[in-house]
Design a binder for this molecule. Structure first.
Ligand code: SF4
Length: 160
């Protein structure tokens, strides 16, 4: 349930090193007093055990899509969010998580059993290859300044 006067957000991670998540928690340390008045964090497994995915104003998603299960989950997040922001290079472009897309034929053959074992897709995808993305925060890890600008944009858009 959306809390009145607050931006309801979710923070999600797919295949990646989760460095942007660490950056987000560092920013949260600095901005906690301000954010708690303006932001309702409905989903962020790194911060809390009780999470809700419904009726999000903005979903922030880091990481690349490597399995069909990831793609299904990304579509579920999209369905439950008014806006989606790709966080960090892996989500924005697929790289560097998508390095195996560039392997030569021999290497591809070598990793094939692992792809089958862990139900990974033939190719790693960027978030935009699977769902509509409204904004991008590039960088590896994410560019903190752009993240704060994008967050501010949505706070203004929702009149918070
Ligand atoms: S963009 Fe860089 S820091 Fe972020 S998850 Fe990918 S590899 Fe890690």
């Amino acid at each position: 349930m959306a809390k009145k006067g607050k931006l309801r957000v979710g923070w999600f991670s797919f295949a990646c090193s989760e460095d942007s998540t660490i950056m987000m928690t560092e920013v949260l340390n600095e901005c906690w007093q301000e954010w708690k008045k303006k932001i309702d964090i409905a989903y962020a497994r790194v911060l809390q055990s009780q999470n809700e995915i419904n009726d999000l104003d903005v979903a922030f998603i880091e990481g690349a899509i490597t399995t069909n299960e990831d793609a299904k989950r990304a579509k579920e997040i999209r369905k439950n969010s008014k806006y989606v922001v790709a966080i960090g290079s892996c989500a924005v472009t697929g790289m560097p998580s998508a390095q195996r897309n560039l392997f030569d034929a021999n290497l591809k053959k070598e990793i094939k059993p692992l792809l089958i074992k862990f139900k990974h897709r033939e190719k790693v995808l960027a978030l935009k290859d699977v769902i509509k993305v409204d904004d991008n925060v590039p960088g590896c890890p994410m560019n903190e300044k752009i993240f704060l600008e994008v967050l501010d944009k949505y706070l203004k858009k929702f009149g918070v």
